[in-house]
Design a binder for this molecule. Structure first.
Ligand SMILES: [Zn+2]
Length: 302
């Protein structure tokens, strides 16, 4: 990076406006801060820039997921997941929690953090009883936009695939992982992951399909990063239609991928073949992982 290439809030605002973000927009922000370059003031400045553009009638939502533990660990320890538990979802996810007006989901694990007009509506009813990605589902029906800011050297998923997988009822073999949580003064409860995950390589390969179906609203740059803005309702509609025709539409093509080949109810992979593909690549840990997954299930918190 050039020594004087500091990106200011004003420059960010200009580039966010160029990306078609407007006053009143509802945004799902997924931002790799370091891919932008050196932002004056860091992650907080990025959030402020978006808030300035969308104004008081807009809403921003970020992932604010918390780590999970194995059932064996949870039986011995009583550590609690609550509003103050740090997220593992990156710099922006933790910077937004420093804003006094932020609201965070009541869901014990798949928390979302949000600021703006719809903040209370999105988070108050997102509880242990809700589907993990219920907030994103609500956003789809409100014509929200997903904003991905990412490194040009990385692949990117712009979809709403987790929402689609939930709506389609797709099941995955999972190990028992979770947290303890508490509502009000009630006794602590155990909560285990009850949703499916997915393979990022598989999600990333869907980008050309979203583009073909008119779900991509803008592609450009923010600082040194790429930005893609997409229409969440359109990506979801395409995914649900696709999933009804072919449940494997979000699978990657890698014959060694344990997730796609072995973990779903409709996975068609053969255990010995997946193990052999990994052994050929000298990925012995993945070969053993395949064996564990086949007989017990996968650990994958997202
Ligand atoms: Zn895969």
């Amino acid at each position: 990076m050039e020594k004087n290439s500091v990106i200011t809030k004003d420059e960010l605002i200009k580039e966010i406006r160029e990306a078609g973000i407007q006053e009143g927009d509802i945004l799902n922000l997924m931002v790799s801060l370091k891919s932008i370059g050196w932002v004056q003031g860091g992650a907080g400045t990025v959030i402020e820039a978006f808030l300035d553009v969308i104004g008081p009638n807009g809403t921003i939502v970020t992932d604010s997921f918390v780590p999970v533990k194995s059932l064996r660990y949870l039986k011995k320890h009583t550590c609690l997941s609550d509003d103050r538990t740090p997220s593992y979802a990156g710099a922006l996810a933790n910077a937004i929690l420093q804003f006094p007006q932020v609201k965070r989901s009541k869901h014990p694990i798949q928390k979302f953090a949000t600021i703006g007009k719809h903040a209370t509506e999105f988070t108050e009813n997102h509880t242990a009883e809700s589907y993990a990605y219920d907030v994103l589902k609500k956003m789809c029906s409100l014509r929200a936009k997903k904003v991905r800011i990412y490194s040009p050297s990385d692949g990117v998923s712009i979809g709403t695939t987790h929402v689609a997988i939930g709506l389609l009822g797709f099941q995955q073999k999972r190990l028992k992982y979770g947290v303890h949580y508490q509502v009000g003064d009630n006794p602590k409860k155990l909560f285990l992951v009850n949703w499916a995950g997915g393979c990022s390589a598989g999600f990333n390969k869907l980008l050309p399909d979203y583009e073909k179906n008119g779900a991509v609203l803008y592609k450009g740059k923010v600082g040194q990063a790429n930005i893609i803005v997409s229409d969440m309702k359109k990506t979801l509609e395409w995914e649900v239609a696709q999933g009804k025709k072919n449940p494997q539409f979000f699978f990657c093509d890698n014959p060694a991928c344990v997730d796609c080949r072995l973990t779903w109810k409709f996975s068609k992979g053969n255990l010995l073949k997946v193990m052999w593909e990994n052994i050929k690549l000298k990925k012995f840990d993945q070969a053993i992982h395949a064996l564990i997954v086949y007989f017990r299930g996968i650990y994958q918190p997202d």
